[in-house]
Each structure stands twice: as C-alpha cells, then as structure tokens.
Design a protein around this ligand. Structure first.
Ligand code: F3S
Length: 425
C-alpha cells in the first residue's frame, strides 16, 4: 500500500510504514516520516550507526515512549550506542537521588538496553571503540557528540533530538537533509586568531573558552578557525565542541589544517567566500574566560570535572595531579565518566590515587542529568565550559571556571584558589 506523503520513500520504507517489519518499526517509521516532512527532506537515506540521547530520564512521557517501543519488540537496525542515563546505578544512594527517580530512570535504561543497543552510557561515544569514520552517515543525539562527529571525525549527522534518534536507529534511515549533505557542510564564518600565544593554544583551558566564544558568535552556523598554531588533542577538541554546542547551537566547525574537511581555508569554505570574518584577539577570549565564572567569592562546596565524560587520558592526568594529596573534608570532588573508562583506569593503575584523594567517580550520568546534588551545595568549580555555562541556570549554583591545577589546589584548600597555571590575564 502506497503511503500518501511528499517524501520519496523506497519500497522498504513503505513496507516499514505498512507494518511488515513489525509494530515497533512501523511506529518509528511513522514518526520519522512526519519529522522528515518538518525538516523539508525529499527522501530518507541509509545510516550505519546511531547514538541515543533519549536515554536520559526527564519525566513520564519519555519513559512511557521507551517502554512502549520496547513492549512492541523494538530492535535497532544499526550499531547503536547509548548516551548517559538518568542514574548512576552503582552510586546513586550516595547522593540526593530519590528512590522514585531511581526506579523510573532505571526502567528507562532497561527499555533502551532491551532494543539490541550497545550499553556505552556515555556522552563521548566517539571515545569508544565504536566511533564512526570520515563520510559515514549516522544519526546521533547529544549536542557535544554531534559536533565532534561532524567536525573532528568527518562523519555526517544532523542534530537529532530525543525520541527521533531511536526512530532512526530502529529503521536504519534518516531524513536526507542538513549536515548529511555535502553542500551544507562548508563554513559560514571565518574566525582568524590574532596574536594568541601558542603556549596558551597548547593548554586545556584555552579550548572551552574558544568553544564558548565560537558558539556565542556562530549560533547555528558553521565557524572556521584559522591561524591555530597548536595541534589540539582529542580531549581539547571535545571540550571546544561541547562548549560551542552549549553557548550556541554549533553542530559543525572546521579548523584549517586540523579537522578532516578543512585541509585548506578554501576547502573549509568549499571554494566560496566567507560571509563574515572576525579577528579573534586575546582580549576577546579573556572576556569570555571571565564570563564563565559567576561566583563572587572564594567559597567552594564541590569541584565537578568530566563534562563531556572524562577519557582515560584525562583520568590519568588528574590522578597524577592528586597523587599524595588529600581533598578538604568540606569539598566534594566529582569526576564524571562511564563504566568502561573506570575499568580502564583501574587496569592502568590510576583509579587508586583518585579514590585516595577523595574523588567520587560518578558513572554513566552527570550532575546535569540526574538530581544527585543536594540543594545545600551552592558553589562549584569546574574545568568544563559546558558545566560552567549550564550549571548556574540548571543547578542554581555559583561557578568558578579554572584550570585542573586550580581545581585540585582549591579542593585541597577548601576554598577557590586561582593563579595556579592560570589564564594569562
Ligand atoms: Fe555529558 Fe553531562 Fe556534560 S551528559 S556532555 S557530562 S552535561
């Protein structure tokens, strides 16, 4: 039976719509077709991987949706990783998470795990063995993962919202639109770094600031960074993209000579002229750096690092910094990562120093995805541009943004300590 739609649907798409692949696939395809129409797509395309952000429990509707699909026998058609959940299954009772929340968040985890997915439970799926490659068509949710996939890996995904991501995974199809298409992946805005010291460009603290600047300026357009002399690490690019997708809606960027679709300036703009050029100075970035701190004093209740989820390399760096030190008893030190990276850290021998220092390793979720923080925790310090950007509004806390060295020194002192390997002001 033909389906009355402006989309050009393949025979297989039509069969899915007609229910020939089962009721869950039919439900997913119905939603996908509706959404493809809203996106203005003329057809669907095949995807070969998906990443599901709908895993985070945010209320009854999302849970009901997940359990409905699961009860209909939903199974993913492509390798599908899972984003963070709303629960640290192993440690939630150490925090302010209610048992009602825990029960529902766990049911949502069970529902998505039942669909043949890969239980990565991480917002950094690109740092797992299942990372996509250049040119691969994928459907990913989670803003930081989307921008990393497009910009750093050169894979192709639109910004998939919760609930639609799983429909793509079940059908193996996505609307042929936006960043899936070559012609939409060229740069819009040129950001030329001017006299930014290379020594600053090499440091971790630089990238969340550059990302925040980029997001504020670009919105949902594609920025192209030129004159970056340092060679950023994967973790630095991760931090940059996450910040840009927080302060703006950046889903793609290029760095000339660094990211795979920008070997040259001309390639980054697909041979066209930039529509807008901005000279980025140290003064401009310093203003953004200052804006990431909202705290007015040196009070400190907790440090939170690991947004996006800490990699093994980041866990190792932190372990080296805290070795032989002890956190102040009034300051909690939260490290968010996933179960795989914790296991890797244990095998690498860096878990013990973290625990000896008093770090609390939160797994498979984060402070913004689960209600783990007691309301009495009011002042926070972080290295993450994304945590710094969202936490004042979402958690009603005062934030100090700083280096990892400053975070450790502050956790030891029991108050905010600045000036340790700090931003050059
Ligand atoms: Fe990940 Fe939570 Fe940050 S989901 S990107 S650690 S806000």
């Amino acid at each position: 039976m033909a389906y009355d739609t402006p989309l050009q649907l393949s025979e297989r798409d039509q069969a899915m719509l007609a229910g020939e692949y089962g009721p869950a696939t039919q439900m997913a395809m119905r939603i996908l077709v509706q959404m493809a129409g809203i996106y203005g797509a003329r057809e669907l395309l095949d995807i070969s991987a998906a990443h599901i952000d709908s895993t985070i429990y945010i209320g009854e509707a999302g849970l009901e949706y997940a359990e409905r699909l699961a009860s209909l026998g939903a199974k993913v058609a492509v390798p599908t990783t899972l984003n963070v959940s709303g629960l640290d299954e192993a440690h939630w009772q150490e925090w302010a998470v209610s048992s009602d929340w825990a029960e529902k968040a766990h049911r949502q985890m069970v529902a998505y795990a039942s669909m043949g997915t890969i239980p990565t439970w991480t917002c950094a799926p690109y740092q797992t063995p299942i990372k996509p490659s250049l040119g691969q068509q994928i459907a990913w949710g989670e803003s930081n993962a989307i921008v990393y996939a497009n910009a750093v890996l050169g894979a192709r995904t639109e910004r998939y919202p919760d609930l639609l991501d799983i429909c793509c995974a079940i059908t193996g199809r996505a609307p042929a639109t936006g960043l899936h298409l070559e012609e939409n992946r060229g740069g819009d805005i040129l950001l030329q770094l001017v006299d930014i010291p290379t020594t600053l460009q090499e440091r971790d603290i630089f990238y969340p600031v550059l990302g925040t600047f980029m997001g504020k300026l670009a919105g949902d357009r594609i920025p192209v960074i030129a004159n970056l002399e340092a060679r950023p690490t994967d973790d630095q690019l991760k931090a940059q993209g996450a910040a840009a997708a927080s302060s703006g809606a950046v889903a793609m960027f290029h760095i000339v000579g660094v990211t795979p679709e920008a070997p040259t300036l001309a390639a980054a703009f697909q041979g066209k002229e930039p529509r807008h050029c901005v000279q980025v100075t140290l003064e401009m970035l310093t203003e953004v750096y200052r804006g990431l701190t909202t705290s007015q004093d040196d009070s400190l209740d907790f440090v939170a690092v690991g947004c996006p989820h800490y990699s093994l390399a980041e866990l190792q760096e932190l372990a080296a910094l805290v070795q032989g030190k002890q956190r102040h008893p009034n300051v909690r030190f939260i490290v968010t990562t996933n179960r795989r990276n914790k296991d890797l850290a244990r095998k690498a021998g860096c878990l013990a120093p973290l625990l000896a220092f008093g770090c609390q390793i939160t797994l498979d979720t984060c402070i913004l995805a689960t209600p783990m923080l007691h309301r009495s925790l009011r002042s926070m310090m972080t290295t993450s541009g994304k945590f710094a950007y969202y936490s004042p509004g979402m958690l009603n806390v005062q934030v100090t943004y700083g280096t990892l060295q400053e975070c450790v020194a502050s956790a030891v002192a029991g108050r905010v300590v600045k000036g340790v390997d700090a931003w050059p002001t």
